[in-house]
Design a protein around this ligand. Sequence first.
Ligand code: ATP
Length: 227
Amino acid sequence: MTLSATPPAKPVPLIGVMGGTFDPIHFGHLRMAQELADALNLAEVRFTPSANPPHREQPMTSAAHRSEMVSLAIADNPLFKLDTRELSRNGYSYTIETLQSLHEELQGNGRLCLLMGLDAFVGITSWHRWQDLLQFAHIVVATRPGTALPTENAMLHGFLQAYALTNVQQLHEKVENGILMQEITALDISATHIRTRLAQGQAPRYLLPDRVLEYIRQQQLYFLREQ
Ligand code: ATP
């Protein structure tokens, strides 16, 4: 009897899902999404602002403001889409529920890649139903040159070891979803730093799109004082 190799998956577009609080969205998020879209040949990237994040303190601004800022930030990029499904759900915004509903919507006509930075991946074993995430999407972890996973989390290392993908092609061809570590030239920008600058009355120009900064100014978010 000869053993036949598993046939490759049906070729379908890969769709990136970029979750976050985006409080506010900045060039670190946008650059990461663009680099991954280029490297993985993504057909689109869905930005899904979290309405009620379970693993961190509540955002400073409303989900409506954060979605509007995402919308302004991505308006000139045809690859980037805003997805507000987490805003219409009650309770915590669990990523597993977002992926499941996207997966059902696609009906096999696309494959999801959950995009996240290494800092987010390090905490993934505390997420609601984290072991089920791969049922609905690949996980793509954006890493910076010279960064590595902390060694003390054995569960995380086990998860990675069991499901690691070794190249981009496998995202398209492997039938089972897996985890890909993809190096990017990340920008050292955080929303926390931007909020701090704004609260101190400093305009964080060149860290986020001008249109977003303009919106922050108009809506007087983050205690921005007039310059
Ligand atoms: P905060 O400072 O409020 O924690 P943040 O800037 O880290 O916010 P989030 O909305 O929490 O932004 O992050 C959403 C996603 O974007 C996460 O997967 C995170 O790893 C990633 N990310 C955040 N900042 C960067 C950056 N500068 N470069 C690449 N990825 C980033």
